[in-house]
Design a protein. Structure first.
Lengths: 118, 118
DNA sequence: CAGAGTACTTGACATACGTCGAGGCTCTGC
DNA sequence: GCAGAGCCTCGACGTATGTCAAGTACTCTG
């Protein structure tokens, strides 16, 4: 990975034309790729699935530590990745942090890549 | 990545319930993640977009070398990743190899992750 | 057959990434 | 105020990955 990827603000919802509509621009390709990278890990897929299933209430770091068999540091790392990609939203409540899935962001990302969309 | 990811046959089309339908299994999470990993690179997104735009005829390695500014070895590497993930299909014709997008596989992958689907 | 064009493989390099242990911070309840 | 729970940050580690240069193999053309 010599050509290192730049840091981009990803917390917002992705917005670019679907790939089926024409050749994607370099900038859009980068945005899409960075979000996919945030999702391209078995732990994070499982994690997102658990959070999705929990609904709007969300789940805490500890809840996920119990489900997956990983350190709280590792879970925190993954939650950070997903949050930075805008796929998860975190809300602090007392000593805990509840993570909920950002369904709109996930839907938008899938919509851009879906060849059958639009 | 100490817990190294196993090698799995991915050339077929993904088939598992959408994440919105419930918590995904470890095996399905791994399958989804491996396909996303194959897609989570700006070059490969651009590449897929170009191939998609080319339609059923497909594109050759050289064509893509000209579009993106990379070595044929690098393009070959990326094409291999996408092919192994079942996202691209290769057909040899004389001295050339034409790559076409596997729309069904891409659609299936997006369908599994789309929270608005099903 | 010779040469050009195309594609894949291999090896090497630098960087990115997942994981953990240790430590520190904030909030809660006694 | 203290002890504990929950969460994050930091540093370190081993592995994976994107890129290229060089080499190899195949196909077509003349």
């Amino acid at each position: 990975m010599p050509k290192s990827l730049p840091i981009i603000e990803l917390s917002g919802t992705l917005c670019c034309p679907p790939v089926a509509a024409g050749v994607i621009s370099d900038a859009d390709a980068l945005e899409v790729a960075l979000r996919l990278k945030a999702l391209a890990d078995p732990v994070r897929i499982k994690l997102l699935s658990l959070v999705l299933a929990a609904g709007a209430a969300g789940l805490r770091n500890v809840d996920l530590v119990r489900e997956l068999q990983l350190t709280d540091a590792t879970i925190s790392h993954h939650l950070g990745q997903l949050s930075r990609a805008g796929l998860l939203s975190a809300v602090h409540q007392g000593a805990s942090t509840y993570y909920a899935a950002n369904r709109a962001a996930l839907g938008a990302l899938m919509g851009v890549l879906d060849p059958n969309c639009c």
